[in-house]
Ligand binder design. Structure first.
Ligand SMILES: Nc1nc2c(ncn2[C@@H]2O[C@H](COP(=O)(O)OP(=O)(O)OP(=O)(O)O)[C@@H](O)[C@H]2O)c(=O)[nH]1
Ligand SMILES: [Mg+2]
Length: 364
Protein backbone atom coordinates (compact mmCIF):
# COMPACT_ATOMS: atom_id res chain seq x y z
CA UNK A 1 0.00 0.00 0.00
CA UNK A 2 1.17 3.50 -0.78
CA UNK A 3 0.51 6.69 1.13
CA UNK A 4 0.99 9.95 -0.76
CA UNK A 5 1.47 13.35 0.83
CA UNK A 6 -0.30 16.44 -0.51
CA UNK A 7 -0.54 20.05 0.56
CA UNK A 8 0.68 23.61 0.27
CA UNK A 9 4.37 24.54 0.18
CA UNK A 10 6.14 24.66 3.55
CA UNK A 11 3.22 23.14 5.44
CA UNK A 12 5.49 20.43 6.82
CA UNK A 13 5.01 17.38 4.54
CA UNK A 14 8.67 16.34 4.39
CA UNK A 15 9.26 17.11 8.06
CA UNK A 16 6.25 14.95 8.98
CA UNK A 17 7.47 12.07 6.79
CA UNK A 18 10.85 12.29 8.51
CA UNK A 19 9.21 12.31 11.95
CA UNK A 20 7.17 9.22 11.01
CA UNK A 21 9.89 7.22 9.23
CA UNK A 22 13.28 8.69 10.15
CA UNK A 23 13.97 9.24 6.42
CA UNK A 24 14.75 12.65 4.96
CA UNK A 25 13.19 12.46 1.50
CA UNK A 26 14.69 15.78 0.35
CA UNK A 27 17.93 14.36 -1.11
CA UNK A 28 18.91 16.78 -3.88
CA UNK A 29 21.45 19.54 -3.18
CA UNK A 30 19.02 22.04 -4.72
CA UNK A 31 16.29 20.88 -2.34
CA UNK A 32 18.63 21.43 0.59
CA UNK A 33 19.73 24.83 -0.71
CA UNK A 34 16.19 26.12 -1.34
CA UNK A 35 14.58 24.34 1.61
CA UNK A 36 11.79 22.98 -0.57
CA UNK A 37 10.88 19.66 -2.14
CA UNK A 38 11.43 19.51 -5.91
CA UNK A 39 11.42 15.79 -6.76
CA UNK A 40 9.32 12.92 -5.44
CA UNK A 41 10.71 11.38 -2.26
CA UNK A 42 10.13 7.86 -0.97
CA UNK A 43 10.25 6.41 2.54
CA UNK A 44 9.12 3.13 4.14
CA UNK A 45 6.72 3.37 7.08
CA UNK A 46 6.23 0.51 9.54
CA UNK A 47 2.62 0.25 10.71
CA UNK A 48 1.65 -2.07 13.53
CA UNK A 49 -0.34 -5.06 12.35
CA UNK A 50 0.13 -4.09 8.69
CA UNK A 51 3.87 -4.14 7.99
CA UNK A 52 5.84 -1.81 5.73
CA UNK A 53 3.97 0.60 3.50
CA UNK A 54 5.53 3.21 1.22
CA UNK A 55 5.18 6.96 1.53
CA UNK A 56 5.54 9.16 -1.55
CA UNK A 57 6.40 12.73 -0.58
CA UNK A 58 5.42 15.34 -3.17
CA UNK A 59 6.39 18.99 -3.63
CA UNK A 60 3.91 21.67 -2.59
CA UNK A 61 5.30 24.48 -4.77
CA UNK A 62 2.77 25.40 -7.46
CA UNK A 63 5.47 25.17 -10.16
CA UNK A 64 5.90 21.45 -9.47
CA UNK A 65 2.26 20.41 -9.67
CA UNK A 66 3.05 17.92 -12.48
CA UNK A 67 5.44 16.15 -10.15
CA UNK A 68 2.71 16.14 -7.51
CA UNK A 69 0.29 14.54 -10.01
CA UNK A 70 2.90 11.91 -10.90
CA UNK A 71 3.38 11.11 -7.20
CA UNK A 72 -0.33 11.10 -6.37
CA UNK A 73 -1.29 8.82 -9.27
CA UNK A 74 -1.78 5.31 -8.00
CA UNK A 75 -1.58 6.03 -4.27
CA UNK A 76 -3.93 4.19 -1.95
CA UNK A 77 -4.19 6.70 0.89
CA UNK A 78 -3.68 10.47 0.75
CA UNK A 79 -1.98 12.25 3.64
CA UNK A 80 -3.13 15.85 3.26
CA UNK A 81 -0.87 18.15 5.27
CA UNK A 82 -2.19 21.53 6.41
CA UNK A 83 -0.17 23.84 8.65
CA UNK A 84 -2.23 24.94 11.63
CA UNK A 85 -0.81 28.47 11.56
CA UNK A 86 -1.73 29.12 7.91
CA UNK A 87 -4.72 26.86 7.36
CA UNK A 88 -6.11 26.06 3.92
CA UNK A 89 -4.01 27.66 1.14
CA UNK A 90 -4.15 27.59 -2.70
CA UNK A 91 -2.19 24.35 -3.19
CA UNK A 92 -4.17 22.73 -0.37
CA UNK A 93 -7.22 23.30 -2.57
CA UNK A 94 -5.47 22.37 -5.80
CA UNK A 95 -4.02 19.15 -4.40
CA UNK A 96 -7.40 18.25 -2.92
CA UNK A 97 -8.99 18.80 -6.33
CA UNK A 98 -6.30 16.64 -7.98
CA UNK A 99 -6.81 13.84 -5.44
CA UNK A 100 -10.54 14.00 -6.11
CA UNK A 101 -10.02 13.92 -9.91
CA UNK A 102 -7.67 10.97 -9.54
CA UNK A 103 -10.36 9.07 -7.65
CA UNK A 104 -8.38 8.72 -4.42
CA UNK A 105 -10.45 6.52 -2.17
CA UNK A 106 -9.05 7.18 1.29
CA UNK A 107 -7.19 9.83 3.21
CA UNK A 108 -6.11 11.36 6.47
CA UNK A 109 -5.56 15.05 7.18
CA UNK A 110 -2.60 16.04 9.36
CA UNK A 111 -2.80 19.47 10.92
CA UNK A 112 0.89 20.26 11.34
CA UNK A 113 2.75 22.91 13.33
CA UNK A 114 0.16 22.79 16.11
CA UNK A 115 2.94 23.95 18.47
CA UNK A 116 2.74 27.38 16.84
CA UNK A 117 -0.91 28.14 17.60
CA UNK A 118 -3.26 28.28 20.59
CA UNK A 119 -6.36 26.19 21.21
CA UNK A 120 -8.84 28.86 20.00
CA UNK A 121 -7.03 29.20 16.67
CA UNK A 122 -6.81 25.41 16.33
CA UNK A 123 -10.57 25.09 16.74
CA UNK A 124 -11.14 27.73 14.03
CA UNK A 125 -8.67 26.12 11.60
CA UNK A 126 -10.10 22.64 12.22
CA UNK A 127 -13.61 23.88 11.39
CA UNK A 128 -12.33 25.63 8.24
CA UNK A 129 -10.46 22.48 7.12
CA UNK A 130 -13.58 20.33 7.65
CA UNK A 131 -15.56 22.80 5.53
CA UNK A 132 -12.94 22.70 2.74
CA UNK A 133 -13.04 18.90 2.64
CA UNK A 134 -16.75 18.87 1.88
CA UNK A 135 -17.52 17.36 -1.54
CA UNK A 136 -13.91 16.17 -2.02
CA UNK A 137 -12.23 12.75 -1.92
CA UNK A 138 -11.28 13.41 1.71
CA UNK A 139 -14.74 14.41 2.91
CA UNK A 140 -14.80 11.82 5.67
CA UNK A 141 -11.07 11.87 6.46
CA UNK A 142 -10.07 12.21 10.11
CA UNK A 143 -8.23 15.42 11.04
CA UNK A 144 -5.25 14.69 13.29
CA UNK A 145 -3.41 17.43 15.20
CA UNK A 146 0.35 17.00 15.06
CA UNK A 147 3.62 18.75 15.71
CA UNK A 148 6.79 17.29 14.24
CA UNK A 149 8.84 19.63 16.43
CA UNK A 150 7.30 18.23 19.63
CA UNK A 151 6.73 14.74 18.18
CA UNK A 152 3.10 14.98 19.21
CA UNK A 153 0.14 13.38 17.44
CA UNK A 154 2.38 10.93 15.55
CA UNK A 155 0.94 7.77 17.14
CA UNK A 156 -2.59 9.03 16.46
CA UNK A 157 -1.57 9.72 12.86
CA UNK A 158 -0.08 6.21 12.45
CA UNK A 159 -3.29 4.73 13.88
CA UNK A 160 -5.48 6.79 11.48
CA UNK A 161 -3.32 5.77 8.49
CA UNK A 162 -3.52 2.13 9.59
CA UNK A 163 -7.32 2.32 9.83
CA UNK A 164 -7.57 3.90 6.36
CA UNK A 165 -5.35 1.16 4.88
CA UNK A 166 -7.23 -1.68 6.56
CA UNK A 167 -10.51 -0.40 5.12
CA UNK A 168 -9.21 -0.67 1.52
CA UNK A 169 -9.52 -3.75 -0.68
CA UNK A 170 -6.22 -5.46 -1.55
CA UNK A 171 -4.77 -4.84 -5.00
CA UNK A 172 -4.91 -7.60 -7.57
CA UNK A 173 -1.79 -9.78 -7.36
CA UNK A 174 -3.08 -12.30 -9.92
CA UNK A 175 -3.47 -9.86 -12.80
CA UNK A 176 -0.75 -9.11 -15.38
CA UNK A 177 2.18 -7.18 -13.92
CA UNK A 178 2.11 -3.41 -14.55
CA UNK A 179 4.31 -0.71 -13.04
CA UNK A 180 4.57 2.94 -14.11
CA UNK A 181 8.17 4.17 -13.98
CA UNK A 182 8.78 7.24 -11.86
CA UNK A 183 12.61 7.19 -11.90
CA UNK A 184 15.29 5.57 -14.03
CA UNK A 185 19.03 5.66 -13.58
CA UNK A 186 22.15 3.70 -14.23
CA UNK A 187 24.05 1.91 -11.43
CA UNK A 188 27.65 0.86 -11.98
CA UNK A 189 27.88 -2.90 -12.13
CA UNK A 190 24.09 -3.30 -12.17
CA UNK A 191 23.01 -1.40 -15.28
CA UNK A 192 19.64 0.21 -15.81
CA UNK A 193 17.42 0.51 -12.76
CA UNK A 194 13.81 1.71 -12.73
CA UNK A 195 11.66 2.50 -9.71
CA UNK A 196 7.91 2.73 -9.32
CA UNK A 197 4.90 1.46 -7.42
CA UNK A 198 3.49 -1.85 -8.66
CA UNK A 199 -0.08 -1.27 -9.82
CA UNK A 200 -1.05 -4.91 -10.25
CA UNK A 201 0.44 -8.37 -10.66
CA UNK A 202 3.83 -9.52 -9.44
CA UNK A 203 7.34 -9.69 -10.86
CA UNK A 204 10.24 -11.96 -10.01
CA UNK A 205 13.97 -11.87 -10.79
CA UNK A 206 14.54 -13.65 -14.14
CA UNK A 207 11.14 -12.67 -15.57
CA UNK A 208 10.91 -11.23 -19.06
CA UNK A 209 8.95 -7.97 -19.15
CA UNK A 210 8.14 -5.36 -21.78
CA UNK A 211 8.99 -1.68 -21.48
CA UNK A 212 6.35 0.48 -23.12
CA UNK A 213 5.97 2.53 -25.21
CA UNK A 214 9.30 1.33 -26.67
CA UNK A 215 7.90 -2.18 -26.89
CA UNK A 216 11.27 -3.57 -25.84
CA UNK A 217 11.47 -6.96 -24.15
CA UNK A 218 13.96 -7.00 -21.29
CA UNK A 219 14.94 -9.32 -18.48
CA UNK A 220 14.54 -8.49 -14.80
CA UNK A 221 17.94 -9.08 -13.25
CA UNK A 222 16.92 -8.38 -9.64
CA UNK A 223 14.09 -6.92 -7.57
CA UNK A 224 14.26 -4.65 -4.53
CA UNK A 225 11.47 -3.36 -2.34
CA UNK A 226 12.05 -0.51 0.12
CA UNK A 227 15.80 -0.84 -0.41
CA UNK A 228 16.12 -4.60 0.28
CA UNK A 229 16.41 -7.53 -2.14
CA UNK A 230 13.14 -9.46 -2.41
CA UNK A 231 12.10 -12.57 -4.34
CA UNK A 232 9.16 -10.77 -5.94
CA UNK A 233 7.46 -7.41 -5.98
CA UNK A 234 3.77 -7.33 -5.13
CA UNK A 235 1.01 -4.78 -5.87
CA UNK A 236 1.27 -1.53 -3.96
CA UNK A 237 4.94 -1.98 -3.07
CA UNK A 238 7.66 0.54 -3.84
CA UNK A 239 9.88 -1.39 -6.19
CA UNK A 240 13.23 -1.07 -7.94
CA UNK A 241 13.93 -3.35 -10.90
CA UNK A 242 17.39 -3.88 -12.38
CA UNK A 243 16.84 -4.49 -16.09
CA UNK A 244 19.16 -6.04 -18.66
CA UNK A 245 18.89 -5.29 -22.36
CA UNK A 246 17.81 -1.66 -22.22
CA UNK A 247 19.64 1.62 -21.97
CA UNK A 248 18.60 4.22 -19.41
CA UNK A 249 17.86 6.74 -22.21
CA UNK A 250 15.20 4.39 -23.58
CA UNK A 251 12.92 4.73 -20.59
CA UNK A 252 12.03 7.27 -17.91
CA UNK A 253 9.07 8.73 -16.06
CA UNK A 254 6.07 7.99 -18.23
CA UNK A 255 7.25 4.55 -19.34
CA UNK A 256 5.57 1.37 -18.12
CA UNK A 257 6.98 -2.02 -17.29
CA UNK A 258 4.40 -4.64 -18.28
CA UNK A 259 4.35 -8.38 -17.78
CA UNK A 260 2.64 -9.13 -21.10
CA UNK A 261 3.81 -8.00 -24.58
CA UNK A 262 0.19 -7.92 -25.70
CA UNK A 263 -0.57 -4.78 -23.70
CA UNK A 264 -1.60 -2.43 -26.50
CA UNK A 265 0.17 0.85 -27.12
CA UNK A 266 -2.01 3.57 -28.48
CA UNK A 267 -1.85 7.18 -29.54
CA UNK A 268 -5.49 7.78 -28.62
CA UNK A 269 -7.42 7.70 -25.41
CA UNK A 270 -10.84 8.50 -24.11
CA UNK A 271 -10.77 10.71 -21.04
CA UNK A 272 -13.17 12.22 -18.58
CA UNK A 273 -12.24 15.90 -18.42
CA UNK A 274 -13.33 17.91 -15.40
CA UNK A 275 -12.67 21.63 -15.21
CA UNK A 276 -11.77 22.88 -11.75
CA UNK A 277 -13.97 25.56 -10.19
CA UNK A 278 -11.08 28.03 -10.38
CA UNK A 279 -10.73 27.74 -14.18
CA UNK A 280 -11.91 30.86 -15.98
CA UNK A 281 -15.34 31.06 -17.59
CA UNK A 282 -14.45 29.71 -21.05
CA UNK A 283 -15.65 26.30 -22.07
CA UNK A 284 -13.80 23.37 -23.59
CA UNK A 285 -15.79 22.77 -26.75
CA UNK A 286 -15.93 20.31 -29.57
CA UNK A 287 -16.68 23.01 -32.14
CA UNK A 288 -13.23 24.42 -31.48
CA UNK A 289 -10.58 21.88 -30.77
CA UNK A 290 -8.93 22.85 -27.51
CA UNK A 291 -5.38 21.80 -26.80
CA UNK A 292 -4.58 21.06 -23.15
CA UNK A 293 -1.57 19.51 -21.47
CA UNK A 294 -2.18 16.09 -19.94
CA UNK A 295 -0.48 15.38 -16.63
CA UNK A 296 -0.04 11.71 -16.00
CA UNK A 297 2.74 9.21 -15.56
CA UNK A 298 1.14 7.36 -18.43
CA UNK A 299 1.46 10.28 -20.82
CA UNK A 300 4.75 12.01 -20.25
CA UNK A 301 5.23 15.46 -21.79
CA UNK A 302 2.34 15.07 -24.14
CA UNK A 303 0.14 17.83 -25.50
CA UNK A 304 -2.82 16.15 -27.11
CA UNK A 305 -5.77 17.81 -28.72
CA UNK A 306 -8.82 17.28 -26.55
CA UNK A 307 -12.08 17.42 -28.40
CA UNK A 308 -15.09 17.62 -26.12
CA UNK A 309 -17.73 15.17 -27.28
CA UNK A 310 -20.34 15.48 -24.59
CA UNK A 311 -20.58 18.19 -21.94
CA UNK A 312 -22.72 17.64 -18.89
CA UNK A 313 -24.27 21.10 -18.73
CA UNK A 314 -24.76 22.07 -22.35
CA UNK A 315 -24.14 20.28 -25.62
CA UNK A 316 -20.49 19.69 -26.50
CA UNK A 317 -19.20 21.87 -23.74
CA UNK A 318 -17.33 21.31 -20.52
CA UNK A 319 -17.57 24.22 -18.07
CA UNK A 320 -15.57 25.00 -14.92
CA UNK A 321 -16.99 23.29 -11.87
CA UNK A 322 -19.97 21.75 -13.67
CA UNK A 323 -19.30 18.08 -13.90
CA UNK A 324 -17.28 16.23 -16.49
CA UNK A 325 -17.22 16.01 -20.25
CA UNK A 326 -16.30 12.89 -22.14
CA UNK A 327 -13.43 13.54 -24.51
CA UNK A 328 -11.18 11.93 -27.04
CA UNK A 329 -7.51 12.83 -26.94
CA UNK A 330 -5.11 12.16 -29.76
CA UNK A 331 -1.38 12.68 -29.80
CA UNK A 332 -0.18 14.69 -32.75
CA UNK A 333 3.31 13.17 -32.66
CA UNK A 334 3.02 9.50 -31.77
CA UNK A 335 6.65 8.95 -30.77
CA UNK A 336 5.55 8.17 -27.21
CA UNK A 337 2.25 6.61 -26.48
CA UNK A 338 -0.43 6.05 -23.96
CA UNK A 339 -0.89 2.72 -22.24
CA UNK A 340 -3.37 3.57 -19.53
CA UNK A 341 -6.24 5.83 -18.72
CA UNK A 342 -5.15 9.15 -17.31
CA UNK A 343 -6.31 12.18 -15.42
CA UNK A 344 -6.43 15.60 -16.94
CA UNK A 345 -6.29 19.09 -15.57
CA UNK A 346 -8.01 21.45 -17.90
CA UNK A 347 -7.80 25.21 -17.90
CA UNK A 348 -9.18 26.45 -21.19
CA UNK A 349 -7.44 29.76 -21.53
CA UNK A 350 -4.11 31.38 -20.64
CA UNK A 351 -1.38 29.97 -18.43
CA UNK A 352 -1.98 27.17 -15.98
CA UNK A 353 -1.33 28.02 -12.33
CA UNK A 354 1.88 26.03 -12.42
CA UNK A 355 5.00 27.48 -14.00
CA UNK A 356 5.93 23.99 -15.20
CA UNK A 357 2.98 23.51 -17.45
CA UNK A 358 2.84 24.88 -20.91
CA UNK A 359 0.23 27.54 -21.58
CA UNK A 360 -2.78 26.42 -23.56
CA UNK A 361 -3.48 27.97 -26.91
CA UNK A 362 -6.67 29.98 -27.13
CA UNK A 363 -9.31 28.16 -29.15
CA UNK A 364 -9.23 29.28 -32.76
N1 LIG B 1 7.25 24.76 14.49
C1 LIG B 1 7.11 23.77 13.59
N2 LIG B 1 7.75 23.87 12.40
C2 LIG B 1 7.58 22.86 11.51
C3 LIG B 1 6.79 21.72 11.79
N3 LIG B 1 6.81 20.93 10.71
C4 LIG B 1 7.60 21.53 9.80
N4 LIG B 1 8.06 22.70 10.27
C5 LIG B 1 8.96 23.63 9.57
O1 LIG B 1 8.29 24.12 8.42
C6 LIG B 1 9.23 24.32 7.36
C7 LIG B 1 8.76 23.60 6.10
O2 LIG B 1 8.76 22.24 6.34
P1 LIG B 1 8.82 21.17 5.15
O3 LIG B 1 8.66 19.83 5.78
O4 LIG B 1 10.01 21.38 4.29
O5 LIG B 1 7.53 21.57 4.31
P2 LIG B 1 6.99 20.86 2.99
O6 LIG B 1 5.50 20.86 3.07
O7 LIG B 1 7.64 19.56 2.80
O8 LIG B 1 7.44 21.89 1.87
P3 LIG B 1 7.46 21.58 0.27
O9 LIG B 1 7.86 20.17 0.09
O10 LIG B 1 8.46 22.51 -0.32
O11 LIG B 1 6.09 21.83 -0.21
C8 LIG B 1 10.58 23.82 7.87
O12 LIG B 1 11.33 24.93 8.31
C9 LIG B 1 10.21 22.94 9.05
O13 LIG B 1 11.21 22.90 10.05
C10 LIG B 1 6.15 21.64 13.07
O14 LIG B 1 5.42 20.71 13.40
N5 LIG B 1 6.34 22.71 13.91
MG1 LIG C 1 8.68 18.84 1.20
Amino acid sequence: MIIGTAGHIDHGKTTLVRALTGVDTDRLPEEKRRGITIELGFAPLMLEGIGTVGIVDVPGHEAFVRTMVAGATGIDVALLVIAADEGVMPQTREHLAILTLLGTRAGVVALTKCDLVDEDWLALVTADVAESLRGTALESAPIIRTSATRASGLDELRAALGMAIRALPARDALDTFRMPVDRSFSVRGTGTVVTGTVWQGTVTGGDTVVVQPKGKQVRVRSVQSHGSDVARAVPGSRTALALTGIDVVDLGRGSWVCGDPRWPVTTRMRAEVAMLDEADGSACTSERRTSVPVSSPAVASCSPVITARRGSSSRNRCWPGRGTGSCCAERRRPQRSVVASSSTRCHPDGALPSGNDRPIRKPR
